[in-house]
Design a protein around this ligand. Structure first.
Ligand SMILES: O=c1ccn([C@H]2C[C@H](O)[C@@H](CO)O2)c(=O)[nH]1
Ligand SMILES: [Zn+2]
Length: 145
């Protein structure tokens, strides 16, 4: 079973509250006319910057991008690729977890990242570490060069 945590020891109470607020807010600009499933993401870099993202779908369904990859791509393209924590929220009573592609995408930059998963109004959350979501993962070191 995956280890599920209920603490936010990596963050101060203030940082945690800010992360949650930004994650829920990021969901408001979701472009999801096909699934009608809005997702928000917020991440904090090791230098203290926050980036947000949301899911952006496409009439060619497979071309859509998840909220997590949206946020990470924004951060990396602005020169920030070291992450402290990442948070996601869906539009559901229960928490949601990153899809397989996003797990791999996160792994590239932060193989041990704590991931906070909020429910729709932020009243519930769990924290899971990336290495538990993606054990025996493949990463840059695996290429051996
Ligand atoms: O963790 C997740 C799971 C799903 N989605 C998006 C993809 C698609 O736009 C919609 C339904 O799967 O939600 C995310 O952004 N992140
Ligand atoms: Zn995804």
């Amino acid at each position: 079973m995956v280890a599920i945590h209920k603490d936010h020891k990596e963050l101060t109470d203030e940082q945690f509250a800010g992360l949650k607020e930004k994650c829920l807010k990021a969901r408001e600009t979701s472009y999801s006319p096909y699934s009608k499933f809005r997702v928000g993401c917020a991440l904090i870099t090791t230098t203290g910057e926050t980036f947000t993202g949301t899911n952006v779908e496409n009439a060619s369904y497979g071309a859509g991008i998840c909220a997590e990859r949206c946020a990470i791509t924004k951060a990396v393209s602005d020169g920030f690729s070291k992450f402290l924590v990442l948070a996601i929220c869906g539009d559901t009573e229960d928490t949601i977890s990153p899809c397989g592609i996003c797990r791999q995408f996160i792994r590239e930059f932060a193989p041990k990242l704590p991931i906070f998963m909020f429910n729709k109004d932020g009243s519930k959350f769990i924290k899971v570490y990336l290495q538990d979501l993606l054990p025996l993962s493949f990463g840059p070191e695996s290429l051996g060069n």
